[in-house]
Design a protein around this ligand. Sequence first.
Ligand code: MG
Length: 247
Amino acid sequence: MIILKTDEEIAIMAKAGQIARECLLRLGAMVRPGIRTIELDRAAEEFIRSKGALPTFKGLYGFPATICTSKNEVVVHGVPGDTVLEEGDIIAIDVGATYQGFVGDTAATFPVGKVSPEALKLIDVTREALERGIEQAVVGVHVGDIGHAIEGYVKQHGFSVVKDYAGHGVGRSMHESPTVPNFGRPGRGPVLRKGMVIAIEPMVNAGRSEVVTFPDMHVVTRDGSWSAHFEHTVAITEKGPVRLTVV
Ligand code: MG
């Protein structure tokens, strides 16, 4: 069942989204060679709680941390710990904040120091793929159109989208209907309606699409190629897509 949100609920979700995004941008500014991912996680939890919000991911499905830190070949759900970021790495950071019962969910991938041109291209293509997906998020369009736009753009650049994980509806729960895959066929899947709120989140691999999931939930590319991830929480409105995860 797809839960539609009122304008008042969307206003609260925008506050949750703003907290999540501000947290993400602060973490991005902390990314540098030598920092451990657990340090980013501690800063994230402190920031989110200081805003009167809760770290959405902590405890969800047993996840032990506030943020996901997914380095290089890790696609998503990397668990913060003693992993040290090194010059040339890329790090995807995913943040969830719950404010007054509603969730904001956002992610971005950052270069650590100077990275290879290929890694920069992967980041740029994934960021733009998210833009292509958001453009589609208008009333009357189908969920399949979003995935079609994302995958089409990614393929043009010689990369592949992850198919085992997807975007999702967001509300009082982090994961609501509908599922929002990063691939699809135009005109297929649920129709977008005013009041829907969805997280659009392309996960793009430099190599092949296949991934492997480990027991602690972290996901890696099967071929060892690097992967990038960007995400915004977006409300479907009569005026078009409205990003809720913005500062
Ligand atoms: Mg998400």
